[in-house]
Design a protein around this ligand. Structure first.
Ligand SMILES: C[C@H](O)[C@H](O)[C@H]1CNC2=NC(N)=NC(=O)C2=N1
Length: 98
């Protein structure tokens, strides 16, 4: 069973996630990604979708042309869990491959 993160674990987790921020008024994290064009943005979304499905943990997101805005939260716990941090790391990795 996935558990809601304690505030100190949440803060520590966020420290290692460049450009992800806590949302205001809601326990969730957010990051906006910008790509060269729609093709790259949608390719990124396709890769994230496959990882999310494998994890059974799904993003809230929107896409406008070359921008993809992503919010992560764990609905089952009404806040943030390790799954959000894990998915955020995967998303960063997909956006900027080594
Ligand atoms: C039944 C199913 O496993 C759950 O509803 C999963 C699916 N994907 C999910 N995604 C997210 N972001 N939060 C959840 O709590 C969640 N729960």
């Amino acid at each position: 069973m996935v558990e809601r993160l304690k505030p100190e674990d949440r803060a520590a987790g966020l420290n290692s996630l460049p450009d992800w921020h806590l949302c205001e008024g809601r326990e969730a994290i957010f990051k906006s990604f910008k790509f060269r064009d729609f093709r790259e943005a949608f390719g990124f979304m396709t890769q994230v979708a496959l990882v999310a499905e494998k994890m059974n943990h799904h993003p809230e997101w929107s896409n406008v042309y070359r921008t993809v805005d992503i919010t992560l939260a764990t609905h089952d716990v009404g806040g943030l869990s390790d799954l959000d941090l894990e998915l955020a790391h995967e998303i960063n990795r997909i956006a900027s491959p080594a």
